[in-house]
Design a protein around this ligand. Structure first.
Ligand SMILES: [Zn+2]
Ligand SMILES: [Zn+2]
Length: 351
């Protein structure tokens, strides 16, 4: 076995380098996985552009991947060499205040080992999986499941967790703001959670066409149409039962409550640049009894459900993937994704 591998490392905003680095060895409880596919993610685009407060350069980027186990650390019993596996990007400590409060997505020690941020990532031929993730958030992939589909475990787990926080209204109208990969997942989760009508808005026409492939009933180009008027028409003037913000911009956060009906839920899912301030109509939230809900990250329970939803084919991942490139092209891939001309991009390591 060679002792070096290709990896794509982040040095500073705009500076990514494909270079040779040592192949990792597994510590106790860890796995080494030969990555077959890695996916680009909106968070990777943000890190490429702005850096990330947790990432100490040079850091191997990437956190969505699937592959084959090539080495197993002392004490690992669940996984063996040659098994196909997928992992989430983090796992909670199970000991801190938040873990004990059953809010493991808010774990105080989540940042100890987040793959692709505080731990070497998946834009590499081999990925070292931290012990905590091996123990809680790693799964054997059944035969016949496409690795590029299951590699999107982490974003789907976040979306599944978000829907755990929604006051669900079976038979209702769900409005998804933003037709990127995350919006496409939300539109499918809306349906699985009982929405009768799923509406999606975006300013990019191609994305709206993509949305109809994953079951959006109504698409609204909010650059050309009056979003509020369209939602009003769809709901006899009431507003949507659930509104999901999946863009991560102050303006769309602010507009979200105005699209919801009284008693409805506004799920603020898209992360805005840090320091963003937003203002809301207090009267609407108070007298309209809106559930205005933030959502962050995932829990082991949402990761496991996300895994099952992908493996069983209940959530379609293919429509989220628009391009397929060799790993060396990671920089081009993140630029393309950041331009809005691509959804997720599959990055394939050599070999
Ligand atoms: Zn991601
Ligand atoms: Zn914890």
């Amino acid at each position: 076995m060679p002792n070096s591998m290709l990896a794509v490392r982040f040095y500073k905003p705009g500076d990514l380098r494909a270079e040779q680095v040592p192949i990792p060895e597994p510590g106790p409880g860890e796995l080494i996985v030969k990555s077959a596919v890695a996916l680009t993610c909106g968070t990777d685009v943000k890190m490429y552009r702005r850096g990330h407060p947790l990432a100490k350069p040079p850091q191997i980027m990437g956190h969505e991947f699937a592959g084959t186990v090539t080495a197993v650390g002392v004490g690992v019993e669940k996984f063996k060499v040659n098994m196909k596996v997928v992992s989430a990007n983090s796992a909670p400590c199970n000991k801190c205040f938040y873990c004990l409060m059953q809010q493991p997505n808010l774990c105080e020690h989540l940042n100890d080992s987040i793959v692709g941020f505080t731990w070497p990532g998946a834009y590499a031929e081999y990925v070292q999986i931290p012990e905590r993730i091996v123990r809680q958030n790693t799964f054997q992939i059944p035969d016949g499941v496409a690795l590029e589909n299951v590699a999107s475990l982490e974003p789907l787990a976040c979306v599944v967790h978000g829907w755990d926080l929604v006051h669900q209204i079976p038979g209702g109208v769900a409005m998804i703001i933003g037709g990127g990969p995350i919006g496409l997942l939300h539109s499918q989760l809306a349906r699985l959670n009982g929405a009768k009508v799923v509406a999606m808005s975006d300013v990019i026409e191609e994305r709206l066409q993509e949305a109809t492939q994953v079951g959006a009933d109504v698409t609204i180009n909010s650059g050309k149409e009056d979003l509020r008027a369209r939602i009003s028409d769809l709901t006899e003037g009431r507003g949507a039962d659930v509104v999901v913000e999946a863009v991560g911009r102050g303006e769309t956060w602010e507009s979200a409550p105005s699209l919801a009906r009284k008693g409805g839920t506004v799920l603020l899912f898209g992360g805005c640049p840090s320091g963003t301030k937003v203002s809301f109509d207090a009267e609407k939230i108070h007298y309209g009894e809106l559930h205005v809900q933030g959502a962050f990250h995932h829990t082991p329970a949402s990761v496991e459900r996300a895994f099952r939803l992908i493996v069983s084919g209940q959530v379609a991942i293919k429509p989220l993937i628009s391009h397929d490139m060799p790993l060396e092209k990671a920089k081009e891939a993140l630029e393309l994704m950041g331009s809005g001309k691509a959804l997720k991009i599959v990055l394939r390591p050599p070999g």
